[in-house]
Design a protein around this ligand. Structure first.
Ligand code: ATP
Ligand code: MG
Length: 205
């Protein structure tokens, strides 16, 4: 019969495993020696896209970085994030969209609104003092054809080298995902709204 596995054996094996894992992680960290402004996409049907983007805004402000926000679809005007971040001197907050297309029901107006909005974004994409730019719900004007994805991609590619850009919204176009450095797809496992629960302050808005 093999000798019983003592707690000391287990602790030693655990330590050895952790040491091997640390070596792998340290090597990966050492290999990642490049620095650049990132393009991040947060897409998918699950909850968490905009709130993740605003989490990065908080991080960036904490590092005394300057943040620009452009909101393309204005679902509601009473969000906690807007109330909170607008108080901060280092953030510029632009509401560029109106409602969803089924609210406005005017395609020409929607297209013009989106184009005017993109012109505002272009000024931020040319401004190296903006360290992080959040383009919240940008995928919708792309999906509805109000903005041309290739034109937008060209502007993104010409931005200052160290400027980070985060794009949120469902159904991000493939070309945009291909050009991005980090793409996360939120998967909808379940959402309280589907059980008839209203949007909750602090969680949903
Ligand atoms: P959040 O702003 O909470 O991070 P989001 O940006 O991922 O959400 P949006 O499509 O922009 O998602 O929708 C914003 C609102 O819709 C939020 O109130 C959010 O809770 C809600 N929502 C998000 N995903 C779902 C879903 N799968 N089913 C129902 N409601 C959702
Ligand atoms: Mg959102």
């Amino acid at each position: 019969m093999p000798p019983a596995d003592t707690d000391t054996d287990k602790a030693q094996r655990h330590r050895a495993r952790m040491q091997r894992q640390k070596a792998v992680v340290d090597a990966a960290i050492a290999r990642a020696d490049k620095n650049k402004g990132l393009l991040l996409i947060l897409t998918g049907n699950g909850k968490g896209k905009s709130s993740s983007a605003f989490g990065m805004a908080a991080r960036a402000l904490g590092h005394s970085m300057r943040v620009g926000v452009a909101q393309f679809i204005k679902g509601r005007s009473d969000t906690g994030e807007e109330a909170f971040f607008r108080q901060h001197h280092n953030i510029i907050w632009h509401v560029l969209g109106e409602g969803f297309t089924w609210d406005t029901q005017d395609l020409t107006r929607d297209r013009e609104t989106a184009q005017r909005g993109w012109a505002v974004v272009q000024t931020m994409l040319r401004d190296p003092s903006i360290d992080l730019l959040i383009l919240d719900e940008l995928t919708y004007p792309l999906k509805f054809g109000w903005l041309d994805v290739n034109a937008i991609l060209a502007d993104l590619q010409n931005r200052p080298a160290m400027q980070h850009v985060v794009i949120t919204g469902r159904a991000a176009p493939d070309v945009l995902c291909q050009a991005a450095d980090t793409v996360t797809e939120m998967r909808d496992v379940k959402h309280a709204f589907q059980s008839g629960i209203q949007a909750q302050a602090g969680i949903d808005y």
